[in-house]
Structures are given as C-alpha cells and as structure tokens.
Design a protein. Sequence first.
Length: 130
Amino acid sequence: MSITYHPAEDVQSLVREVIERLSLAHIDPNRVFCFRSRGSRSRRGIARCYSLSKIWQKALSIPSYYIVEVISERYDALSEENKVKVIIHELLHIPKAFGGGLRPHIGCVTRRVVEENYCRFIASKNNTDQ
C-alpha cells in the first residue's frame, strides 16, 4: 500500500490558532501548508514538519514554505489536548528566521518547551472565553 496525502483543513485551522494564541509572529500562516497522510510505515511518528530548503528557494526564486504532515493512523485518534501539543511541537521546529531551515529536538523542541507553550495556549484560550 502506498502513502497518500490530502489537504488537512482541520489541521490548518489549528495551526493558525496556535500561531495566533502563542504570538508566533515569525511564522507566516499563509506559507505553512497542512496535509494528512494515510498508509505511512512510520512506527512512532505522529506528525512531521518539512521545509523548502534554501537551494530550492534559490532555484525556483520563491520564499520559504513549510509543510506540517499529520499521520492519520496516529494523529486522528488523539485527544484534542494531544493534537494541540503535536501541532505546537511541529511549529517549534520552524526557526525564528523562517528561512527554510528546521530547528532540532535537542535544546529546541523538547517536552518541557511543548508543555510550557501548551499552558500558554490554554491560558490564552481561557482569557478569550471569558
């Protein structure tokens, strides 16, 4: 079975909400695309973040873009809380320069940083719900 990809509007909406609530001003939500894949052989992955590398940007004369892929078999079964945490995790891979690179897990994208940002997300949500 081969892997298939489909646009994920629900994930796109969540990405936009996370960017807004966490004030991730360095991320242009119009240059982040979200897809849902089915048929991945990945054993542990829930989602992935891809970038358009500098060499492709230069070759095509276009700015940087990012893709957030959620693996349907794992992501769709998560609670809403864990879906938000997964999206936060993937967005943390996008560097402040928004130049086409990706930030590593070590020192940048850790469970602690994800949890801190999730708490900020919930606080922001609670403030607007009141």
